[in-house]
Design a protein around this ligand. Structure first.
Ligand SMILES: [Zn+2]
Length: 465
């Protein structure tokens, strides 16, 4: 079942997830908080100074400045550059934040663990948990890579948001568990908190009056914060990125409830199914697999990875959709004899994947693009890589094709758009022919005479044209 939502501001994501509610113990009447799970905080005993950015905006942004660091949402440490992006953003220019949190290229995360960090197993266990559940992520001990995470001793649990470039820290106090470490790695991968998704009011109520002074910002959505993002799939109370009902309560009453007023339990044990699906989606962009060429029959294309939400399929105007579902689409050419390019596209909440295709026969080669000046020895001939071509058929009259190696033949059929020819000594030139072929058919030969400089009697020669 696909249920994941993720806020991926082109890359700033909010991990949401879904999943069955883990041991949900909620009571509407009795708000006794029996959970021992508390919020991750960079500096548990220090609220710091509240800074309001972009106060002219409809949604002024507040962050905390503590110990020379910009802390957002309790445990995410923003770089000065990320803060500057917030400072200069306005509501009409949100696209400037589309790369708010950068992803780790190819899912490759490099890390080191400070030698003085106690209980290093919580780090290696958390990494192993991520790797086991999201195979597209690979965590590697850093050697000399410039972008990496260092797990260090901190006053609380905190992390940078996304890959910030250079060394970035995940701070772990003694009380930060393996589960907290999994959560902080989530931030380093680009995940926000679950309750920050823009549509959270459809599932939860924020009780602002119960929130500790100075902690309101932890409950604002990413939209309130001027960040780009989007979500899909249902709200996930089971996400390891979700806040608890009593986090930052000033008076023992819940700060977050379900819409019916009931409280809920959260967990810091493992990634939820939704967390796994969202992170897989972030770091394993689906490809559209299928034939490169569309002829007269229908062709089916499939997305090769988990699809968290039904994509919106579109095709170029020379194709038509026969049928589609969450993971595949069947199309046909409007004019199968048209010889033109086209495309098939899936759009999953803004994450767009495109497959380029060719419709009909390949284009006919009409010119030889490059011919070296031929003496008596080998020379090179190439044609443009014509669109839609899958293989080339070459024929030479008056010479042999030596590259690709044909074993002395004057013909070659294959994917090479370039051949090397050894002309026969004697005649002042030879003839080359080439035609193109794809799954739909083959074009006619294009023919050209190639002059040579070779005098069959020795002593130089001339180029008869
Ligand atoms: Zn957090």
């Amino acid at each position: 079942m696909l249920r994941k939502k993720l806020l991926l501001g082109t890359f700033a994501l909010l991990l949401l997830s879904c999943s069955k509610d883990l041991d949900e113990v909620s009571t509407t009447e009795n708000y006794e908080n029996t959970s021992t799970i508390t919020a991750e905080l960079a500096y548990p005993d220090d609220i710091g100074e509240t800074i309001i950015l972009n106060s002219k905006s409809q949604n002024p942004i507040t962050i905390s400045y503590i110990n020379n660091e910009y802390v957002w949402g309790g445990d995410m440490i923003l770089t000065p550059k990320q803060v500057e992006k917030l400072r200069t953003s306005d509501d009409s220019k949100r696209t400037g934040l589309s790369n708010y949190a950068d992803k780790w290229p190819n899912g490759q995360v490099f890390f080191t663990i400070a030698s003085n960090l106690p209980n290093q197993a919580r780090v290696t266990d958390a990494i192993a948990h991520w790797e086991a559940n999201v195979p597209s992520l690979q965590f590697t001990q850093r050697t000399n890579q410039s972008n990496y995470i260092e797990f260090v001793v901190g006053r609380g649990c905190s992390s940078s948001l996304g890959m910030i470039g250079g060394r970035q820290r995940i701070n772990l106090a003694a009380g930060c568990s393996t589960g907290n470490t999994i959560h902080e790695i989530g931030h380093a991968l680009g995940l926000f908190h679950e309750q920050q998704r823009a549509d959270r009011n459809d599932d939860i109520i924020i009780n602002w009056n119960n929130i500790e002074s100075g902690r309101d910002q932890n409950f604002e959505t990413y939209v309130d914060r001027g960040m780009n993002g989007f979500e899909f799939g249902p709200f996930d109370f089971g996400s390891i990125m979700m806040y608890g009902s009593f986090f930052f309560s000033d008076n023992g009453l819940p700060t977050i409830t379900r819409l019916d007023g009931s409280t809920f339990n959260i967990q810091r044990t493992a990634l939820s199914n939704g967390d796994i699906e969202a992170a897989s989606f972030m770091y394993d962009r689906p490809n559209i697999n299928g034939a490169n060429t569309i002829c007269s029959s229908n062709q089916t294309y499939t997305l090769d990875t988990f699809v968290p939400t039904p994509p919106v399929w579109t095709v170029s105007n020379n194709l038509q959709i026969i049928s589609s579902n969450n993971t595949s689409i069947t199309v046909s050419a409007i004019n199968p004899n048209s010889s033109q390019s086209g495309w098939i596209r899936s759009n999953m909440n803004g994450l767009i994947t495109t497959k380029n295709v060719w419709i009909g026969n390949p284009e006919t080669p009409t010119r030889l693009l490059h011919v070296t000046r031929f003496g008596c020895t080998m020379g090179e001939i190439s044609v443009d890589a014509f669109s839609g071509v899958e293989t080339y058929d070459w024929q030479v009259s008056g010479g042999t094709i030596v590259i690709p190696n044909t074993g002395g033949s004057n013909t070659y059929s294959g994917t090479s758009s370039t051949i090397f020819v050894d002309p026969i000594d004697g005649p002042y030139g030879f003839t080359v022919k080439v035609r193109t072929r794809n799954a739909c058919g083959v074009t006619s030969y294009y023919t050209k005479h190639i002059p040579t400089d070779c005098n069959p009697n020795g002593g130089g020669g001339q180029t008869p044209l």
